[in-house]
Ligand binder design. Structure first.
Ligand SMILES: Cc1cc2nc3c(=O)[nH]c(=O)nc-3n(C[C@H](O)[C@H](O)[C@H](O)COP(=O)(O)O)c2cc1C
Length: 191
């Protein structure tokens, strides 16, 4: 697939098939994180993989889905929930942790997943203390975010923004429509 077309379809997905993400894809997600660019090459990020159905169910109770949608539309029901979570942690015992590094790792992880047809949802609205306890993450680890993964059962597409409204919505097929600002709004100047 052409790169821009790939990025256009690498959206957030929130409903998934109930089959595990293939092991080689899980490995590639972590490898993409491992080799991501980071400030001064300090590599302060650490990862926890959650893939047993019991632990995934526990994680799922500690994350919040789709703030712009009513729960019956945006929260995946039993039978549509993600099958894998990766927790992204900043190891504060190492110098130089920063959010740009986490963002770059998140971008690489979700892109390599999507290259195998695995959709994702980066999640910041999470119960950090409860997830830290569940995963036995030590005191020096700051839980930055988690990513939910799975093979999506819906589509998602970028749509034209109406009246500056950034809220995504579902169409009649329950596919996501994600408004993005037009180019003339984001491009400040070309000199
Ligand atoms: C830093 C960050 C945190 C996010 N947190 C959540 C979250 O807690 N729950 C959720 O359902 N989606 C979350 N999302 C997904 C965003 O809602 C989504 O990226 C946005 O609506 C744009 O959709 P798109 O990714 O398809 O472009 C998060 C995305 C990012 C980048």
């Amino acid at each position: 697939m052409e790169m821009l077309e790939f990025l256009r379809s690498r959206r957030t997905y929130r409903r998934f098939e109930q089959r595990p993400v293939e092991e080689n894809v899980v490995r590639e997600i972590l490898e993409a994180a491992r080799i991501a660019s980071c400030g001064a090459n300090r590599q302060t990020l650490k990862y926890a993989v959650v893939q047993s159905p019991e632990m995934v169910a526990k994680m799922n109770a500690l994350v919040h889905w789709a703030a712009y949608l009513p729960p019956e539309q945006g929260t995946p029901k039993v039978g549509e929930q993600p099958v894998l979570f990766v927790a992204v942690c900043q190891d504060e015992s190492l110098p130089g942790a920063n959010d740009t590094d986490a963002g770059l790792a998140l971008g690489s992880m979700t892109a390599v997943a999507w290259s195998h047809g695995v959709g994702s949802c980066i999640m910041g609205a999470i119960d950090r203390p409860a997830i830290k306890e569940l995963l036995h993450l030590g005191d020096s680890l700051r839980l930055h975010s988690v990513v939910a993964f799975g093979y999506p059962t819906h589509k998602s597409r970028v749509v034209e923004m109406q009246d500056g409204d950034v809220k995504y919505y579902l169409d009649e097929a329950r596919d996501y429509c994600v408004p993005k600002r037009p180019m003339e709004e984001i491009l400040l100047e070309t000199v």
